[in-house]
Design a binder for this molecule. Structure first.
Ligand code: AMP
Length: 333
């Protein structure tokens, strides 16, 4: 069975963007693939995280993933720092990847902002750790949102250079799985920026923990333009906010934007936003309730994650041991 790997950072409450762009697509893969999903806390600390918050957010993210339909019995669900193989292989990859490759990463440029000199070294080598996450399992399919495509290309470059330099065919080529009409959900305040859990404005996103009133308020306040909705796709040209809301409704209803426009074209945003709010509330409030139930029993949640880590180690450790041998490290013990 083909092995799938994906990860998500516990750097805040998961958003509608994480859900539609990533998590929701992970669920059906449990049935058809050997699926491995990871809460990537090592990645999260590439920017400052308050330690207590990090612990809390790691549990919260795990609970969100389970509430969205990941079943720890049907997939391997674990926390990255519980499996040391990730950090170890990442070091080897730090020595394979070239500085020139990392300099081209647009996420680093975005996250480091103007003062690049002040960014952590971890943020710079973030894509090498991500490559290690995947290659430590010889996973070949990686479901992510559009924004992670460049990192997956780098992961392939690293694998290829490793194989070439050491004269082996050890790390396989990986293939991104970028699915759905909502591969990129945009901010509710600015249709040209992606919805992000780290955006300073909470109004810019829907969190999976938002209650019905909060969802309604955020959608009501979402930026739009004064024109009514068009009845065909071309009419969304140059209207990023309208495109985003239409895309969200299509994704939630499991249909295509053109069908949403066929049904709602000609409507003003007042009416459309009511429909959107209803759909979001119906879809998201059961997830929030299930998250709360899981978080009320942190011992059971931790136990599930510890079991996941054990299963992950059983796969990753032999692969990374082999990588050590290929590199020529003196066998330990
Ligand atoms: P992150 O929140 O950066 O840890 O991302 C976790 C996953 O969610 C990755 O696969 C991202 O591509 C995806 N993702 C994050 N934000 C969005 C968004 N606004 N739209 C679609 N996918 C997203």
């Amino acid at each position: 069975m083909t092995r799938v790997f994906s990860g998500i950072q516990p750097s805040g409450v998961p958003t509608l963007g994480n859900y539609l762009g990533a998590i929701r697509n992970w669920v059906p893969l449990q049935e058809t693939h050997e699926a491995i999903y990871c809460v990537v806390d090592l990645h999260a600390i590439t920017v400052w995280q308050d330690p207590k918050e990090l612990t809390r957010q790691t549990r919260e993210m795990a609970a969100a993933l389970i509430a969205c339909g990941l079943d720890p019995r049907r997939c391997i669900l674990f926390v990255q720092s519980h499996v040391r193989a990730h950090a170890e292989l990442a070091w080897i990859f730090n020595c394979v990847a070239r500085i020139g490759w990392l300099n081209r990463m647009t996420q680093f440029k975005d996250k480091a902002g103007k003062d690049r000199e002040a960014a952590s070294a971890g943020l710079y080598v973030y894509p090498n750790l991500m490559a290690a996450d995947i290659h430590a399992y010889h996973a070949t399919k990686v479901p992510v949102g559009e924004d992670q495509k460049q990192h997956l290309e780098l992961a392939n470059d690293i694998a290829q250079k490793f194989n070439h330099d050491y004269g082996v065919a050890f790390f396989p080529t990986i293939e991104p799985l970028i699915q759905g009409v909502a591969a990129r959900v945009m901010s509710l305040r600015d249709g040209t920026k992606k919805m992000s859990k780290s955006d300073p404005s909470d109004q810019s996103r829907i969190n999976l923990t938002d209650d019905a009133d909060t969802i309604a308020l955020k959608i009501r306040r979402a930026k739009t333009d004064p024109e009514p909705l068009p009845d065909h796709l071309a009419g969304l040209e140059g209207r990023p906010e309208a495109r985003n809301l239409v895309g969200i409704l299509a994704a939630i209803n499991g249909t295509l934007p053109e069908n949403v426009l066929r049904e709602h074209g000609g409507q003003g945003f007042g009416q459309f936003k009511n429909t959107l709010t209803e759909a979001l509330v119906a879809h998201l409030t059961p997830i929030a309730a299930e998250m709360k139930r899981l978080l009320d029993d942190p011992y059971a949640l931790d136990a599930a994650l510890h079991l996941g880590a054990e299963r992950a180690r059983a796969i990753a450790e032999p692969i990374v041991a082999k990588a050590r041998e290929i590199v020529g490290f003196l066998p330990a013990r």
